[in-house]
Design a protein around this ligand. Structure first.
Ligand code: 6PG
Length: 564
């Protein structure tokens, strides 16, 4: 739960504007452009006015909207009009584009389709509000738009003006930074249900933004219960810890500290494109210079094995030697495999950070398995030692891909030709495997490829294109692709569950799972997971949980740094 409570609405506006500004600055620094979607209503007004005063190259920022009422642009109830008054008209330069949702168009379905086509695969920053009934954007309780397969839907809600267009949950899940604003006592119950209530998105749609950064005033936060003090007081972590998640192409840095309730709090998050830096040190120096932070220690989760305190990036000319890095940075340094770090992070998660696919019969302190598809396929085993789970890193994602039937054997042969020989499981069960499965099914003549998707697949992130169309259900070849991907994913998770006999729980991590959560909830994944032959009875008893908190690696890096 990432919540910032401000004493007044003015303070809320200031800190929220700073957070939006920082996220936009990072997007501009790493991509050269940025996309920002705005909420409507009245709460964001002061935030937009504060944002307009911060220095930013708006000529590289495209503006979108999370929802719009079916009124003309000049109407007093228009969210577009409010955003122009409070933000756009206050800027000294015009944004790259301001994409108004034409909710007042006669053909609402066509307007929704047109806006969905305009939206990027993943918004850099999405601003949302919360209504007293728990709605967000124009996703109202019980609305069919909450399960829509399109990315923009037409709704008739209870809040006048009644007719609206709204983004749907997949757009919120895909956004890189979600900023939620709520002020006033009338929001307090909705905020508490959204952040701490039992999972019930139909009842409290704002739960779809749980993973975001929430900016509240004291009144809107007044129904939040203090998180229970942690059962075993975690090791002290005096001062701040610089934490990092060093992936294949991106580096995520932030500062971590333990709050009075013992929970870890992250701040000053910044994303960097690793290929534009010739090493980790200069990138860390940039972060420290920009934040003015003076952390007491540093702890990094790194993709790949760490042998005798040395690490080499799998696809960059970066190498690290822990003692040398500590000397260079002038502080104690911890180097962890990225899934080892995520393993340490599991103990830092709250209930809302995990979605259960199979309750199972958890055994107290039983071994745990952590496996997750992202850029690669991370796998770690967690064993209970001396009062805590200790993660053991593996490189299991580089084991052989185990074809289960004729079609998967043909897929393996297809991939083998593409990669020139041996096929590890992460060649298929990870992000880069998704376009390979798509091309395999296309070439098998499963269903024809559409011109529209074919054109999109030439872009920088074909896996996101396939995932988006599959989750929207608007392209048959993409749907079949994700079906096969999820089945192979479930089988590999089942294999790893057997190798670890994870009676303490099987945790599915990585960046892909939260984006295909609805697909993981249908029976494709679990059917493959449970198809373990004579050991079906064992895996039926294993809890299976999806981690939906994208910061679990950073939290784990901080938690490990507190230990001797
Ligand atoms: C809209 C908004 C809506 C708003 C909430 C909170 O178009 O109505 O997008 O989701 O954010 O209703 O509204 P207030 O900020 O006015 O309380």
């Amino acid at each position: 739960m990432n919540v910032r409570v401000s004493p007044t609405a003015e303070d809320l506006a200031r800190v929220a504007a700073q957070a939006i500004h920082e996220a936009l600055q990072q997007a501009l620094a790493t991509q050269g452009r940025a996309t920002l979607a705005l909420a409507g209503g009245s709460t964001p007004r002061a935030t937009y006015a504060a944002l307009a005063r911060l220095p930013l190259d708006w000529t590289k920022v495209e503006l979108f909207f999370g929802d719009e009422r079916a009124v003309p642009a000049s109407h007093a109830d228009s969210n577009y009009r409010m955003a122009c008054i409070e933000l756009v008209d206050r800027l000294t330069v015009a944004p790259a584009a301001v994409h108004r949702m034409e909710a007042d168009a006669r053909d609402k379905a066509a307007a929704a389709r047109a806006y969905a086509a305009l939206l990027p695969d993943a918004l850099d920053v999405l601003v949302l509000g919360v209504g007293p009934d728990g709605h967000t954007a124009s996703l109202f309780p019980g609305s069919d738009a909450l399960v829509a397969t399109t990315r923009v839907a037409f709704v008739v809600g209870p809040k006048p003006p009644l007719e609206r267009l709204t983004i749907t949950p997949p757009v919120i899940a895909a956004a890189r930074h979600v900023v939620v604003l709520a002020a006033g006592a009338d929001k307090a119950d909705a905020v508490a249900r959204a952040l701490q209530g039992p999972l019930d998105v139909r009842g409290t749609p704002a739960q779809v933004a749980r993973h975001g950064r929430w900016f509240l005033d004291a009144a809107a936060a007044s129904s939040l219960r203090e998180p229970e003090p942690r059962p075993s007081a975690p090791p002290a972590l005096p001062g701040q810890t610089l934490v990092g998640d060093i992936g294949g192409t991106k580096v995520l840095l932030a500062l971590a500290s333990r709050g009075p309730d013992g929970r870890l709090v992250l701040s000053d998050e910044r994303r960097y494109g690793s290929d534009s830096w010739d090493g980790l040190e200069p990138l860390v120096q940039d972060f420290l210079a920009r934040t003015g932070a003076a952390p007491a220690r540093a702890s990094f989760g790194l993709a790949g094995p760490i042998i005798e305190e040395r690490w080499s990036a799998p696809n960059l000319p970066w190498t690290l030697h822990r003692p040398s890095l500590a000397e260079s940075l002038g502080m104690p340094v911890c180097l962890l495999n990225d899934f080892e770090a995520a393993g340490w992070g599991i103990a830092e998660l709250s209930d809302e950070d995990v979605v259960t696919l199979q309750a199972g019969e958890p055994v107290k302190h039983g071994p745990r398995a952590l496996i997750g598809a992202g850029t690669g396929l991370g796998q770690a085993l967690l064993l209970w030692q001396d009062g805590r789970y200790v993660p053991i890193a593996t490189e299991g994602g580089h084991g052989e891909f185990a074809a289960r039937d004729e079609r998967e054997w043909r897929l393996r042969q297809f991939v083998s030709q593409r990669v020139g020989g041996r096929v590890s499981v992460e060649r298929i069960v990870a992000g880069p495997g998704i376009p390979l499965i798509y091309e395999f099914l296309r070439d098998q003549g499963a269903v024809p490829e559409t011109d529209a998707v074919q054109a999109e697949m030439t872009g920088p992130n074909p896996a996101a294109v396939v995932t988006r169309h599959a989750m929207a259900g608007d392209d048959r070849l993409c749907v079949l692709t994700i079906d096969l991907f999820v089945s192979a994913y479930g089988a590999e998770v089942g294999n790893f569950a057997l190798r670890t006999v994870a009676t303490g729980g099987v945790y599915v991590g990585g960046g892909i799972a939260p984006r295909i959560l609805d697909k993981l909830r249908d029976d494709t994944f679990l059917r493959a997971f449970l198809d373990r032959g004579r050991m079906r009875g064992l895996v039926e008893r294993l809890p299976v949980r999806v981690i939906v908190n994208p910061y679990v690696g950073l939290l784990g890096a901080a938690a490990r740094a507190a230990l001797p």
